[in-house]
Each structure stands twice: as C-alpha cells, then as structure tokens.
Write a protein that binds this ligand. Structure first.
Ligand SMILES: *Cc1c(COP(=O)(O)O)cnc(C)c1O
Length: 347
C-alpha cells in the first residue's frame, strides 16, 4: 500500500540531489569554522535573508532560543503571540535556559498581533517590572493555518519595536512559504527585523537544520549561545550540503505545495461531515462536524489503515500539510480516503 503522509512538511525526505551532495561534501571541523560546506551554507543563507551573517543550528527550536538568549539577559521580557510556536511548543526553553520572561499577546486569525496590543505590552520602565527587550513574529504562522505576514506589517512592528528600544526577531521556520505566497523575495519579509531564522528541514526538504541570520555582532553572540546549548557541530557539512541544495532548488517550487493545499481545501469543502476551517500556504485545517460518529483520534486511525497519515492539531482540529513528497495523485487519493472513511461511518 502506498502511504501518503500529510502530517507535516517535517516528514520530507532528502531528494536524490541532496543525498548526492551530502556524499560529496567537503567537510572540516565547524567548531574551528573550518567546514567549507557549512561556511558556504551560512553565506548563502545570509545573502538570501539580506543579513550580514548567519549561523547553522541543529533545529528551529535551538535557533529561536539562541536568538532570544543573544538578544536578552535574564529577567528581560519577550513579547510574543499567545499561539506562537516559541510560546507553546518549545518546552519553555527561553525561561528554562535563559531566565527570559514571555509576555504573550493575542494572535489574530491572520497570525498578526494588534499593534495596540504589542504597544500595551511594552513595560514602562518602572523599577519593579521586567525589562521589555524583544518582539517575536512568526511567519508563516503554524497555529494560524499557515497565514503569512506582509513586509508592510512587519515594518510597522519593527518601527514600534525600535521606537521603544526593542529588537524584532522573526521565527520564519516557513518564511520561504510566506515569500512564495506573496511573490516577494524572503529578504523583503526579513528586512525590517534584527534577526530571522528559517528551517531547512520543513518544506525545503533537507534532513536537518535551521539557519539564524542577523548582524555580524549578533551572530557572534548567537554562536556562543549555540555552543552553550551543545549545538556546536563538527563535520556538519555532511548535512549542511543538503541545506545548500534546499536553498538553491526548493524555494521557488513551494508555490506548487500551496496550489495543492488549495485543491485539497476545495475538495474537503464538498465532503459531508467535514467542517472546513481554512487554508493558507501549505496548510489546511478542518474539524469533523457534530454528526460524525467518530472522534478525531478514531478518524485519524481509520484513515491510517487506508494509507493516509494526517495529524490532530488539538482542540478537535485536524491539520494537513502539503510538501514535496505529496503530488496531485496524493491529494486526490487523500480526498477519496477521507470521503470513504466518513461515508463508511454513516449510522
Ligand atoms: C517547526 C517550527 C519551529 C521549530 O523547529 P524544529 O526544527 O522542529 O525545532 C519553530 N517555529 C515554527 C513556527 C515551526 O513551525
């Protein structure tokens, strides 16, 4: 049975071109800055993001915590979205490891936060309060159905940050999806921010890693934090090589994933017992309608027996994510399986 995996774009396997590049990569000890492949990936990433410098890190989570710890001291405060990945899904790392205090403000359905809410969260400098130091935006926004933030909005948040003496970091795990969505270079979306991170291991299909980008001085600090976190790697060129292929060949094609997500969304809206929620970029969210005799877990189990993997997103929501390894046939087959499972469930 062919299995189609729509749980996440993190399930993407490296392409044959990536595997060839990995096998052939010249490598060295990256803690000595002697890995030519890592150095090339970092240069390429910095260039793509329009920043001075970059550092290769093992994961998006480490990249975010390194960024926050490079921007903030203990008891400094970060203003972030209440639905952000950094707030919800990173094991409280900024507090546990950096003593950094999160100030969550409401995320709107489009992934933004109201400027008034952000401004309202900036501390006044009273002697008994934490010190506001950083604002974090997420682009695209995972929990907000993959919605992308515009360069315009990002500029407004950056202006607010800088007017208050704060920095702006973008958790751009999927910023190339945002760029594809809006038909602009990722560097344009990153330009207003002081730092930006993106994942190579999601829609770009590389097996491992994220890159954190910013000014020379900031990246020097972030390198020290990476080392503290145990993220200094040695012959990491073996995996960085796949990241170079990802940046060179996988960013433009993301629009195909978005088109397939739109096809999936259109199909779902015609299936009885599906309560469609929304689709943006490569993500589709839906629920089961109240007449469905299954709960979400059983629905996901049934789909699995028919070769379709999908993910529960919590609170009754179901998420499907398109990526390089699901083609038009996979989308058609996914719709057929969902319709069949829900039809078979009639009472
Ligand atoms: C996946 C993700 C991360 C974390 O990346 P990992 O490599 O899984 O640690 C951070 N932020 C967002 C928005 C993500 O989607």
């Amino acid at each position: 049975m062919t299995v189609f995996d729509f749980r996440s774009d993190t399930v993407t396997q490296p392409t044959p071109q990536m595997r060839a590049a990995m096998a052939a990569a010249p490598v060295g000890d990256d803690v000595y800055s002697e890995d030519p492949t890592v150095n090339r990936l970092e240069e390429l990433a910095a260039e793509k993001m329009g920043k001075q410098a970059a550092v290769y890190v093992p994961s998006g989570t480490m990249s975010n915590v390194a960024a926050v710890l490079a921007h903030c001291a203990r008891a400094d405060e970060v203003i972030l979205g209440n639905l952000s990945h950094l707030f919800l899904y990173e094991c409280g790392s900024i507090s546990a490891l950096g003593g950094v205090h999160p100030y969550p403000v409401p995320n709107q359905p489009d992934g933004s936060m109201h400027l008034e809410d952000i401004q309202g969260a900036v501390r006044t400098g009273a002697s008994n309060m934490p010190t506001s130091r950083l604002i974090v935006l997420e682009n695209t926004h995972n929990r907000c159905v993959g919605a992308s933030l515009s360069a315009d909005y990002t500029r407004q948040v950056a202006d607010l940050a800088h007017a208050n003496g704060l920095n702006l970091h973008i958790d751009g795990a999927r910023i190339f999806n945002a760029a594809a969505d809006q038909g602009v270079p990722a560097s344009q979306l990153a330009a207003p921010a002081d730092s930006v991170t993106f994942c190579l291991s999601k829609g770009l299909s590389a097996p491992v890693g994220s890159v954190l980008c910013g000014s020379e001085a900031f990246i020097q600090k972030a390198r020290r934090v990476r080392k503290q976190l145990g993220g200094g790697m040695r012959q990491a060129g073996v995996i960085a090589a796949a990241g170079i292929v990802a940046l060179e060949t996988m960013t433009e094609r993301l629009i195909e994933d978005h088109q397939r997500a739109a096809t999936l969304a259109a199909g779902l809206q015609h299936i009885p017992r599906v309560d469609f929620e929304a689709q943006h970029t490569n993500m589709v969210y839906f629920r089961l309608s109240p007449e469905a005799p299954f709960d979400v877990d059983e629905f996901i189990q049934q789909a699995k027996t028919k070769g379709l993997l999908i993910g529960a997103a919590g609170g009754g929501r179901i998420r499907m994510v398109t990526h390089y390894w699901v083609d038009d046939q996979a989308v058609k087959s996914a719709l057929d399986v969902i319709a069949a499972v829900l039809k078979g469930a009639s009472r």
